[in-house]
Design a protein around this ligand. Structure first.
Ligand SMILES: Cc1cc2nc3c(=O)[nH]c(=O)nc-3n(C[C@H](O)[C@H](O)[C@H](O)COP(=O)(O)OP(=O)(O)OC[C@H]3O[C@@H](n4cnc5c(N)ncnc54)[C@H](O)[C@@H]3O)c2cc1C
Length: 441
């Protein structure tokens, strides 16, 4: 195990990618090399009642991996071995520090695929993906991380090692503790090994990109795409202000003044070309002004370039609160309208974009660092949209997790009866309350 002694380097490990995260006055960082290191840290932490913050690659956007006062940050990026890849069973057994894109590449090399694909795939870890039940761009066809996790090895506070779940295709032995740990945001223990399910590799995707004069038409296009059989492998949505910020970064070919864009893909073996032509007709029928259809994977990639530039474009536009609300698909247009209305009411720039096919958008509310009032107004709009999403039957977080940033809204979604039981479940695994304190619950 390596303790990070350089204060500047340690400060880098004290924060994740969430807005406004700052290192606390006192904390320590250790980098585990193997399971034995994790066991040692959690045994010692249990004996001394020291808070532990489990950590992967720090790409989290909810403040879940941020150091808290007096805590020990336990970074597990070093447990980065793909221990096994079984083509017959179609499983891989991997350390929590394996980067999502590395697992995808290893699976692809034997004609298989690991579908969960957060936009941070090139840097986030499988351990972080498990802890946040990460989603991504292809969930509309393939689902989320939970759909691919068969079993876990977890080190509990105090140092006990527990294995959950199974390697086999089926299994109903006992309660589903694997499911409990997926999405538990480091509250229960530290994941040290993951058994994931793999699937046969799809074809390289083809893309269609449609632009719209109204958001209503764009949202209607998304709903119509969801009814398609075979269905798309990706349905992303960008509103007009998002397109403006992407175009400010570079010219990605979006026409000036369009109110929204829908990007759709198919990766169906042997069917991509026919599928995207059909999706293009569906989008034209929904009122698209223009639909571009890729003929080959290179063009398909080019049509995705604007979507891929989104994060950089939003960063360039300025500081902002990022939401992760998810609503029933039919309410997508209502969600977008509510975001724009709240932006206007509070005098805040707002962009709405994301995984439209799942009803999961990442609205951004912008503010100026030198203007506390603009920050307060952005916060008020952020709060308003979370409440509107709940009222639509949605959730405050589709894929980023609650972390520290959304903890105050969780009781609104769960209610006191469930909050009490969630805290009781945590206490079963972590009676001393040392795992990731101050997060989620
Ligand atoms: C540009 C960008 C795009 C993104 N796009 C997406 C997206 O499309 N979909 C999506 O779902 N997310 C997305 N994210 C968010 C983020 O990448 C995911 O939440 C990811 O799963 C975090 O992985 P990580 O390794 O960085 O974990 P961290 O940020 O280090 O940790 C995240 C949480 O997991 C816990 N944790 C980490 N490792 C372990 C472990 N081994 N055991 C127990 N707990 C652990 C931490 O305590 C923390 O609560 C994006 C982030 C960025 C910056």
């Amino acid at each position: 195990m390596r303790t990070v002694t350089d204060p500047d380097v340690a400060a880098g490990y004290a924060v994740d990618s969430s807005l406004g995260a700052v290192p606390p006055a006192s904390f320590e960082v250790v980098r585990a090399r193997d399971r034995a290191d994790v066991v040692e840290v959690l045994r010692e932490a249990g004996a001394t009642r020291r808070p532990v913050v489990p950590q992967g690659a720090r790409t989290g956007l909810a403040g879940g991996a941020v150091a808290t006062e007096g805590s020990l940050v336990l970074n597990v990026e070093g447990l980065d071995t793909i221990e096994e890849l079984d083509e017959l069973e179609r499983i891989a057994v991997v350390g929590p520090g394996v980067v999502n894109a590395s697992l995808k590449a290893a699976a692809a090399a034997v004609g298989l695929a690991y579908p969960p694909d957060p936009a941070s795939s090139a840097s986030c870890t499988i351990g972080g993906n498990v802890a946040t039940n990460a989603g991504g761009l292809c969930c509309v066809k393939y689902g989320v991380t939970a759909d691919y996790v068969r079993g876990l090895e977890v080190v509990l506070p105090g140092g006990a090692v527990m294995r959950t779940g199974r390697r086999t295709a089926k299994g109903v032995a006992g309660l589903d503790l694997t499911g409990l740990f997926v999405g538990s945001e480091g509250l229960l223990g530290v994941v040290t090994s993951v058994v994931v399910r793999l699937v046969p590799a799809p074809d390289p995707p083809l893309t269609a990109l449609a632009t719209f004069g109204t958001l209503e038409a764009a949202a209607a296009g998304v709903v119509a795409l969801r009814a398609q059989r075979p269905g798309p492998s990706l349905i992303e949505v960008l509103d007009g202000p998002t397109i403006d910020s992407v175009q400010r970064l570079a010219d990605y070919g979006f026409p000036a003044g369009c109110a929204g864009a829908v990007i759709v893909q198919s990766d169906r073996p042997g069917g991509t070309a026919a599928d995207v032509q059909r999706y293009a007709s569906v989008l034209a029928d929904a009122g698209a002004l223009d639909v571009a259809v890729a003929d080959d994977p290179q063009e398909a990639d080019a049509l995705m370039a604007g979507r891929r530039a989104l994060h950089a474009a939003q960063e360039l536009k300025g500081p902002h609160f990022t939401e992760d609300v998810c609503v029933p698909i039919r309410r997508l247009a209502d969600l977008i309208r509510a975001g724009h209305r709240l932006g206007a009411e509070h005098g805040v720039d707002v962009t709405l974009s994301g995984h439209g096919g799942d009803g999961n958008l990442h609205p951004c509310f912008f503010f100026r660092l030198d203007d506390p009032d603009s920050r307060r107004r952005a916060e008020a709009a952020f709060d308003g949209l979370l409440r509107e999403a709940l009222a639509m039957g949605g959730t405050i977080t589709g894929e980023h997790g609650v972390g520290s940033l959304k903890a105050r809204w969780l009781p609104l979604e769960l209610g006191e009866a469930e909050m009490t039981r969630q805290r009781a479940v945590k206490a079963v695994f972590d009676p001393l309350g040392i795992m990731n304190p101050g997060k989620v619950l």
